[in-house]
Ligand binder design. Structure first.
Ligand code: F6P
Length: 364
């Protein structure tokens, strides 16, 4: 009998619980056991935080958002913030302790569900500690090149589209420019998809450094065509030509966090538009709303399929690999390859061409 441990790491994404469901059910079908590690690797570090997951426990979790296991993006076991006796936070390497617990518990495999950061940690465990790991790609940002899609993005896009739809009526009623900042880190997938579907006037993505004067020209052009309002969708990683990417201040950075926190570009764009066009302008940050809620049908199925495929990889003994969508099937991709490069919105894609064709300004 095999014993699998599953963890969810990094920012949560709708569909995580569906992966857990599929792993538990597929393993149970084979007569295997599954344990959940709470808050990323914390359960593997402190075995009292391991949960024995039975089919009964996961019965109704597939349509729910978040993760029943909890998650963290400050839990890198190779550099974990730990409080010492004096109450000070120290960064320590706890990877050996985790490997000892993994062996002592008799686990056959660790299924690590996460984005690029979590998958990189999983790969280090495979290479440096000999842990049999399988990665499952998760992120609302959809920025992993090795898989056609990650789950979570479709739900985030649906949420952002609904928000943009709602902004149209208030923008129109007040003859205003509404600037909405969406997530996505250094990729513009959420912005371009929600922006096109929501019929935005302007979409700014990290892949295209924008010229604020072009953005303002589009808003002025709307006026000439008797449209006195505009919707501007800005990806959090978008950046003006010759400007720096805007991040949250140092005070807001968190101990143990590997990445910078993006945010603030929407407000900057709104201020520039107001200054240069004189239009009444408001900005809002959609933020973590995009990570919440029940996964869409697409995300549910993708997550369930990822979970099922991961268990089949355990059966076939394919470790240090990530399960990837290669329509119409799933395929294993070496983790080393999966963490190498990010997926960007291709500028020659039909999506980008369609945006331009329907009159959306991309800031260039
Ligand atoms: O990677 C997912 C994501 O939601 C990004 O789009 C965003 O930049 C980041 O996580 C926010 O992280 P946190 O939850 O730590 O604020």
């Amino acid at each position: 009998m095999k014993k699998i441990v599953i963890s969810t790491g990094g920012g949560d994404a709708p569909g995580l619980n569906a992966v857990i469901y599929a792993v538990v059910k597929s393993a149970h079908y084979r007569g295997w056991e599954v344990y959940g590690s709470r808050n990323g690797y914390k359960g593997l570090l402190n075995p009292e935080e391991l949960i024995h997951l039975t089919p009964e426990m996961v019965e109704d979790i597939t349509p729910t958002g978040g993760t029943i296991l909890g998650s963290t993006n400050k839990g890198n076991p190779f550099a974990m913030p730990v409080e010492n006796m004096a109450g000070e936070t120290q960064i320590v390497d706890v990877s050996d302790r985790i490997m000892q617990n993994f062996t002592a518990m008799g686990f056959s495999c660790h299924i690590a569900v996460g984005g690029d950061g979590s998958l990189e940690i999983a790969h280090r465990f495979a290479v440096e500690k000999g842990m049999p790991v399988i990665g499952v790609p998760k992120t609302i940002d959809n920025d992993l090149l090795a898989t056609q899609r990650t789950f979570g993005c479709d739900t985030a896009v649906a949420t952002a589209t609904e928000a943009i739809d709602k902004l149209h009526s208030t923008a129109k009623s007040h003859d205003r420019v509404m600037v909405v900042e969406v997530m996505g880190r250094d990729s513009g997938w959420i912005a371009i998809n929600a922006g096109i579907s929501g019929c935005a006037d302007v979409i700014l993505i990290p892949e295209i450094p924008f010229d604020i004067d072009k953005v303002c020209a589009k808003i002025n052009d709307n006026e000439l065509h008797h449209k006195h309002y505009a919707i501007v969708v800005v990806a959090e990683g978008a950046c003006g030509k010759n400007e720096k990417v805007i991040c949250k201040s140092q005070e807001e950075s968190e101990v143990g966090r590997q990445e910078v926190l993006l945010g603030g570009i929407g407000d900057w764009v709104a201020k520039q538009i107001k200054k240069k066009t004189g239009k009444d302008t408001r900005s809002l940050v959609l933020g973590h709303l995009q990570r919440g809620g029940s996964p869409t049908n697409f995300d549910r199925q993708l997550a369930l399929r990822f979970g099922g495929a991961a268990v089949r990889m355990v059966e076939d003994g394919i470790f240090d690999h990530m399960v990837a969508l290669a329509t119409p099937n799933m395929k294993p991709v070496p983790l080393a390859e999966a963490i190498k490069s990010r997926k960007k919105v291709p500028l020659d894609s039909d999506k980008v061409m369609t945006a331009r064709d329907i009159g959306i300004c991309l800031g260039d």
